[in-house]
Design a protein around this ligand. Structure first.
Ligand code: HEC
Length: 188
């Protein structure tokens, strides 16, 4: 075996080792990413919570998304955007106006969706209730025929039509989240 041959054999060996090591690393990373529950015990992280059903950790409470959803707000806190109310208005004009009329005051038979009629009906309830009832009963004759996004956009339009302030974030079509927004007659 010449010196050149030997050095190329060594090189090949190094390359094979590097590849094996690399795939081992990749496999470990993959296992951790795809199965987060396995990672803490496998690496025996000392500060991992010992009981799985312990109350959510400070880290979890600090996550911006979960915090935002856990806070109870009211319709006075600016819970929808101008843009969303505009989309909701388009849905309303196409799907609801026929019965509830252009000014949302309803005809002889369809309820008014603004002012006293709105607050008398919804005061003290929450947007989750309004959303769910609209979805399950409206448009009359074709309930649940619109998308969730369209129903929540219409809810934003109803808030706008009732004089509640716009904000920076859209309402999302998720009932538990909507249930944390109280419909209050007055700002408190
Ligand atoms: C075919 C006519 C018709 C259409 C279209 C229609 N509604 Fe209604 N809506 C009614 C009638 C009638 C009532 C009152 C009786 C009832 O509550 O079922 C009503 C009641 C409501 C109420 C009050 C429900 C309650 O429990 O107090 C809401 C909110 C409402 N409609 C929203 C909508 C929205 C949003 C749309 C469009 C997506 C829509 N409606 C389309 C006829 C209609």
């Amino acid at each position: 075996m010449s010196v050149a041959d030997r050095s190329s054999t060594v090189k090949r060996g190094v390359i094979v080792l590097a590849m094996l090591f690399g795939s081992a690393l990749a496999w470990t990373a993959y296992r951790r990413a795809s199965n987060p529950d396995v990672a803490p015990s496998a690496t025996s992280t000392p500060d991992a919570p010992s009981t799985p059903d312990a109350p959510s950790t400070p880290a979890a409470q600090g996550a911006p998304d979960s915090t935002r959803e856990l806070v109870t707000r009211s319709v006075w806190d600016g819970v929808y955007t101008e843009e969303q109310a505009k989309r909701g208005e388009a849905v309303y004009r196409a799907q609801c106006q026929l019965c509830h009329l252009k000014d949302l005051r309803g005809g002889g038979f369809a309820s008014s969706l603004v002012d006293r009629a709105f607050t008398d009906r919804w005061n003290g309830q929450n947007l989750g209730d309004l959303y769910a009832i609209m979805r399950s009963t409206m448009p009359q004759g074709a309930p649940a025929s619109l998308s969730r996004q369209e129903y929540v956009d219409v809810a934003a339009f109803l808030l706008k039509a009732n004089g509640y302030p716009v904000g920076e974030e859209e309402l999302i079509p998720d009932r538990p989240t909507l249930e944390r927004v109280i419909i209050a007659e007055r700002s408190s």
